[in-house]
Design a protein. Structure first.
Length: 352
């Protein structure tokens, strides 16, 4: 994929792409858009599970999924062309990759996350109107109306993709003196669990909406660390984080959903919640100072425009300014999964 993007996004000092190269990129983008849609829809239909529970023939799959044989066959052939499934003797089968990554029960499954991507398709279809207005006509709350399973799918999807970044971030943090942490908008608790695994005396509080914490509680039940976790229901915009109550406050992948004023308010509450010498950790996708790269956070900002009213991706400079305004000192950066196209960064700042 890295060879399919303009060179200026792949590293410092890289030569600019030629017009011919950019034209080729454009053509591949169109194909990949269609391919991505095929995978999103397959996940939404639960096609990968059906491939595992039927004989793999078109008629059987169509009956299992309550869909037309014509539509299913065309989708299946596209997935074969994408090399996500195989076809032999009129039967379609999972490959080792799709069994691990696309089946809902796969050991590295992204199925729930892919269903979330499909859920946002109407928002993308409305993008022109959104850009004209500067905000979506329908926010996430409207998009998920009538989808009672959304919160469960979304939180499990976030857990699917957070494991490795959580482990890398926890390994890079100095947790030796930490006895308590607050995970603001912690969702599935993946980052808290990674920190707990590295510091036996650490206890974590996860602050999130009550409906989210219902899913969190189920996920934590599988972890040996769940006795050291407290779940605190509440809207992180409205509730206090406490006063000098924690050694570490983590804001991971929450700031990109908010506007600058909301983020500054959260950092002020974070400062108040920390003991002297404690640390705030802001972890997210971060752009260059002019916000024109790297590619993933630049496009993710466009993604956020489709369903949030003020969210976007921010630069390290933005965060450093907000942290300083809130009273923090000694800010250092941690690069998380830096080799990945969707690399993130964490800024660790101390309360004097």
């Amino acid at each position: 994929m890295r060879g399919d993007i303009p060179r200026r996004f792949t590293g410092k000092g890289a030569k600019a792409a030629s017009p011919e190269e950019l034209a080729a990129v454009l053509g591949r983008m169109i194909d990949r858009y269609r391919g991505a849609k095929a995978v999103f829809v397959a996940a939404e239909l639960d096609l990968f599970r059906a491939l595992d529970s039927t004989d793999g023939r078109v008629e059987s799959l169509a009956r299992a999924l309550k869909a037309s044989a014509r539509g299913i066959e065309i989708l299946l052939d596209a997935l074969v062309a994408l090399e996500f499934i195989s076809k032999k003797g009129g039967r379609y089968r999972l490959t080792p990759f799709s069994r691990a990554w696309l089946h809902p029960d796969g050991e590295r499954s992204l199925a729930n996350n892919l269903k979330y991507q499909e859920l946002l398709s109407p928002a993308y279809a409305d993008m022109a109107a959104t850009i004209r207005a500067g905000r979506p006509r329908r926010g996430l709350r409207q998009l998920i109306s009538g989808r009672p399973d959304f919160v469960d799918d979304y939180i499990r999807g976030m857990a699917n993709i957070a494991k490795r970044p959580a482990q890398e971030l926890a390994a890079a943090l100095d947790l030796a003196s930490c006895a308590s942490m607050l995970d603001v908008g912690g969702g599935p608790g993946t980052f808290s669990l990674a920190c707990l695994a590295r510091q036996p005396r650490l206890r974590a509080t996860i602050l999130d909406l009550p409906q989210t914490l219902k899913v969190t509680r189920q996920l934590l039940g599988r972890s040996p660390f769940h006795p050291r976790v407290e779940l605190r229901g509440g809207d992180y915009h409205r509730v206090s984080y406490g006063a000098q109550s924690f050694d570490l406050v983590l804001l991971s992948h929450v700031t990109h959903d908010e506007g600058p004023e909301q983020n500054q308010a959260m950092l002020r509450k974070t400062f108040a919640a920390l003991r002297s010498g404690g640390h705030a950790v802001v972890h997210d996708f971060m752009t260059t100072r002019d916000r024109t790269g790297p590619l993933f956070p630049a496009l993710f900002s466009l993604h956020l425009l489709t369903y949030t009213h003020s969210g976007m991706t921010y630069s390290e400079n933005d965060y450093r300014r907000w942290l300083a305004d809130a009273g923090f000192k000694s800010v250092r950066r941690i690069d998380v999964c830096p080799e990945a196209p969707n690399a993130t960064a964490a800024l660790v700042a101390m309360k004097p």
